[in-house]
Design a protein around this ligand. Structure first.
Ligand code: FES
Ligand SMILES: [Fe+2]
Length: 379
């Protein structure tokens, strides 16, 4: 993030503390329950948002070395990410072109040589070419050049691997897509991060709840009373939309000390947490010395799977370093589990008839914008 931006965020937050004010935009908004319950809407969201846009599949460090691979099925599409011996990161549909067997089993993290189908041993090179067909005389019309693995567009940035789960006719312009949010993230220099504490869990909630819950600070004082609330201002935050992505600066109380310091020493990462909502389904929370990522995947309208990983500067080499990061993860997940409990709680009352809509206040406007963008994109 550019220093001038950091100064602007900090100044705006200091002003909120001075005036005991919150970032309020627009009017109240109402989010109809159908958004969280309707299978047709969920199907449409999957078809558009979870097929045609770049989605976080893993940390780049999980496939850092030539021969590293990873399978991923949360989008509903079997994806294989593989760093070839040539060092190039590629993504494929993890599907044999003979009769569709899955090529690389879940959990396998190394593809040393060619990829051999376990069924009839059709063999694919690491760049996807079909290079071997036993008893090839049985397939007189087979054009091997046209029956390589189906390639998906993949992109490495900010220490993460993004893949578009469906093959696309046109080359996707990733830099244009991530725009200002991407430029901001790139400046944090997380490309060579190590991954730590990958965590995958399910919750009984609509996937969009993760954004309802994480794009406001109104709840901090109450839902996080015994965890992180004392560190942060009450209902404070500086919110920016880089349509379709978003950035939130969550000022910590300790930032008040910056008033005594020269602006050139101000550092937004120290002064607060910086959250990026990378459309459609990832949150990157930038903390002073690392980042946490959470990617949410719908499993029907009322279930979601959250895939998370921490990006830390380097793999810990000592027990002391491991203890440090373990403590950090514990604090983070204790607070975040409080959020996910609330999300499940909201989802669980939706069939009660008490509400037809969820009500969003003027300082919960990022959540409102998020829903507007989702609806625009799936229209
Ligand atoms: S299904 Fe893969 S070789 Fe037959
Ligand atoms: Fe929270």
């Amino acid at each position: 993030m550019e220093h001038a931006t950091q100064v602007r965020l900090i100044k705006t937050a200091l002003d909120q503390f001075d005036r005991n004010a919150s970032d309020m935009q627009g009017g109240e908004a109402f989010s109809p329950l159908i958004r969280y319950l309707d299978p047709g809407i969920c199907k449409r969201e999957v078809e558009v948002l979870f097929r045609k846009l770049p989605l976080v599949i893993c940390a780049a460090s999980q496939v850092a070395k030539p021969g590293d691979c990873l399978t991923h099925d949360l989008s509903g599409v079997p994806i294989l990410v593989l760093r070839g011996r040539d060092g190039v990161l590629r993504a494929f549909l993890n599907v044999c072109r003979h009769r569709g067997t899955r090529l690389v089993p879940a959990g396998q993290t190394e593809c040393k040589g060619a990829i051999v189908c376990p069924y009839h041993a059709w063999t694919f090179a690491q760049d996807g070419r079909l290079v071997g067909v036993p008893h090839e005389e049985g397939f007189p019309t087979l054009n091997k050049a046209e029956n390589g693995l189906v390639e998906l567009q993949a992109h490495e940035a900010y220490g993460l691997v993004f893949v578009i789960p469906s093959p696309q006719d046109r080359k996707f312009d990733f830099d244009a897509w991530f725009g200002e949010a991407g430029a901001d993230l790139r400046r944090f220099g997380m490309d060579s991060s190590a991954h730590y504490f990958p965590r995958r869990f399910s919750r009984k909630m609509n996937w969009k709840m993760m954004f309802d819950a994480n794009l406001e600070t109104y709840h901090f004082r109450f839902a996080h009373t015994n965890t992180i609330a004392p560190m942060f201002g009450d209902n404070k935050g500086v919110f920016d939309v880089f349509d379709p992505h978003m950035r939130m600066f969550l000022p910590k109380r300790r930032m008040l000390e910056l008033r005594e310091k020269n602006e050139s020493e101000w550092n937004a990462r120290w002064a607060g947490n910086i959250i990026y909502a990378l459309f459609p389904n990832t949150i990157v929370l930038v903390e002073p010395d690392h980042a946490m990522t959470m990617t949410v995947w719908p499993d029907g309208p009322e279930h979601a799977v959250i895939d998370s990983v921490a990006l830390i500067p380097q793999e810990p080499q000592t027990d002391k370093a491991r203890d440090y990061w373990d403590r950090n993860m514990e604090i983070f997940w204790k607070a975040l589990d409080e959020d996910y409990d609330m999300m499940e709680s909201m989802q669980s009352t939706m069939h009660s008839g008490a509400n037809t809509d969820l009500r969003f206040g003027r300082f919960e406007h990022l959540s409102t914008r998020f829903h507007e963008i989702v609806e625009r994109e799936i229209a």
